[in-house]
Design a protein around this ligand. Structure first.
Ligand code: G6Q
Length: 559
């Protein structure tokens, strides 16, 4: 792994950022805009199909320069090159990080452990095309000779959130008569509700699991198989109704899926970065392989931008550095993603995993305590959020940097809806930035005829201090190409922040402990006793739920 420049350089760079942060604490963006007519133009840019306005941030040119110097001192260019060279930058798992290879195009070369992986990547894409064309045209038939109308992806985490988010985001490009469903939760309600109303003879299951050992996915997959075999009355029906996406061929075979119906990927593709691989199979079934390849092309454009643009003109670098700035200098702990596009309603959930699983770490890549890590990511589509939590964004005591995402053109033009949507999006960024001063509020209240005393009493509640930062990302319309670039932008932003925090963004050991403990508790709920192993609260919860399950079982059996 490429080493960073000396820690002295980095310490100096942080010190300059801190000085700039202190200087900017009381500077209002109203003043920055008033004093600098070129600000909106200088702090905005096009990157592939995206336009980004990052002028509504609490930085001036000098502060921006300290952030770019920090990125350079942290060794971003070295780490970025190491990723694109296929080095093992995922140090704790000893793996390369190769999602950029998945969309690099057939002519590219991407070497992992001395082998150019591009022929394998291209081969899997070709197999995905053959298969999805067959499903979409009806050439692929179920066990009883019927065509497929419903594709059910069974997976969880990285094997669910990305494909689900993209299928929702690109539903406009979906093929009529072929529906995509996603089952992830081990809560039986999820699979039960999903399968209700589906015709087994016309349903195809994609079992998506990198490891093919994940408890939730295998539990759901076994239930799905039972449902199919009971309905069709033939074990052999599995062959025409189940395919797998995995790195674990033996596991897939043990489950009973023919490896010829398996689409492979590789350990150098992290789960939350895997929608570009065969994990994208439900996406390709839904929108077709041509659109899937447009998605890859959009991401490739952002990869090229990230790999080659100078730091101060590099969008993932800029957005990554700005996020770190607010955590470090303005005590911001969370980041809101607010898409003004209903199709993007699952984007915040997807980005929660991408960012928080990548950068929610307690130690640096070398095992030292990390001084800061990634923010809490959350959000909902606008305008719904405006009628819910925007109150806190505007007047709460937390500073929450915001991303607005909006398409210039609607894919569903209905009357004046889209101009209302656009106006609201732009107005929110303006309101967060400008706020409303005490003087402005008092003038308004006097104009309404309030007495001086009443106006003075009400005014503090109506003041907005403003100076709340936001980035606005605009696409022409939400098509596969634009979406690919948008997702890749966030992937690289997370990468940049991981480098600035000095952490390994590509492992996820934090999800292990709960899984281990659940195995023990599952045995206890099934009757084994092991009371010493837990604290009093956990013991009491296990005992209580056992009692309740037992009494429910007695009621159900009428005893
Ligand atoms: C993602 C994580 C995690 C993973 C799931 C599913 O980066 O590693 O969310 O995707 O735990 O794992 P499998 O694909 O192995 O079932």
């Amino acid at each position: 792994m490429t080493s960073k420049p000396s820690s002295l350089d980095l310490d100096d760079a942080w010190a300059h950022v801190d000085v700039a942060g202190t200087r900017m604490v009381d500077v209002h963006m109203r003043t920055l805009f008033a004093e600098d007519p070129g600000r909106a133009q200088r702090f905005s840019m096009d990157a592939g199909p995206l336009f980004a306005d990052f002028s509504k941030h609490r930085v001036d040119d000098a502060a921006f320069s300290t952030l770019m110097a920090l990125v350079a001192a942290a060794g971003l260019e070295e780490y970025r090159a190491a990723m694109f060279r296929g080095e093992h930058i995922n140090s704790t798992e000893g793996r390369a990080v190769g999602h950029v290879a998945l969309r690099a195009g057939a002519d590219a070369t991407f070497v992992v452990d001395g082998v150019n992986v591009m022929p394998e990547v291209t081969d899997v894409l070709a197999r995905m095309r053959t298969f999805t064309d067959a499903v979409r045209t009806g050439a692929w038939q179920g066990h009883t000779g019927e065509t497929i109308t419903d594709v059910v992806n069974i997976g969880i985490g990285g094997s669910d959130l990305g494909p689900l988010m993209v299928c929702e985001a690109l539903a406009h490009f979906g093929r009529e008569g072929l529906r995509a469903h996603f089952v992830s939760n081990v809560d039986g309600t999820h699979i039960a509700k999903t399968l209700t109303g589906l015709n087994p003879a016309r349903t195809l299951f994609i079992i998506a699991s990198k490891t093919f050992t994940t408890q939730e996915t295998l539990t759901n997959a076994h239930s799905a198989r039972r449902w199919l075999v009971e309905a069709l009355g033939d074990e052999d029906s599995v062959a025409r109704h189940f395919v797998a996406v995995s790195t674990n061929e033996a596991g897939v075979r043990d489950f009973g899926i023919d490896p010829r119906n398996m689409f492979g990927f590789w350990d150098w593709v992290g789960g939350r970065y895997s929608l570009w691989s065969a994990i994208g199979l439900p996406i390709a079934c839904h929108i077709g392989m041509d659109h899937f390849e447009s998605l890859l092309r959009g991401a490739r454009e952002m990869d090229q931008h990230f790999a080659s643009e100078p730091l101060e003109q590099n969008l993932p670098v800029i957005l990554g550095a700005l996020g770190v700035w607010y955590g470090r200098c303005h005590d911001a702990r969370s980041h809101a993603v607010l898409p003004y596009d209903q199709y993007l309603h699952r984007l915040p959930a997807f980005l929660q995993q991408l960012d928080m699983e990548s950068n929610g770490k307690r130690v640096t890549a070398t095992g030292e305590p990390a001084s800061a890590t990634g923010p809490i990511v959350w959000g909902e589509p606008g305008t719904n959020g405006q009628h819910a939590f925007y109150q806190l964004l505007h007047q709460g005591t937390h500073l929450v940097p915001v991303d607005f995402i909006v398409p210039a053109r609607s894919l569903n033009p209905v009357g004046e809806h889209h101009s209302i949507l656009l106006a609201n999006c732009i107005a929110q960024s303006e309101a967060l930035m400008r706020g409303k001063t005490m003087g402005e509020v008092l003038d308004e209240l006097r104009a309404l005829g309030l007495s001086e005393a009443d106006a003075a009493a009400l005014a503090p509640h109506k003041v907005f201090e403003g100076n709340r930062p936001s980035t606005t990302l605009v696409v022409e319309c939400l098509d596969p190409h634009a979406l690919g670039a948008l997702i890749a932008l966030y992937e690289h932003k997370v990468f940049v922040q991981g480098v600035l925090f000095g952490i390994n963004s590509f492992d996820q050991w934090g999800v292990e402990l709960g899984k281990q403990l659940a195995k023990v508790i599952e045995r206890e709920l099934d009757g084994e006793t092991n009371p010493q192993a837990h604290d009093a609260s956990t013991n009491a919860l296990v005992a209580r739920l056992k009692r309740q399950v037992a009494s429910t079982a007695r009621v159900d059996s009428g005893t």
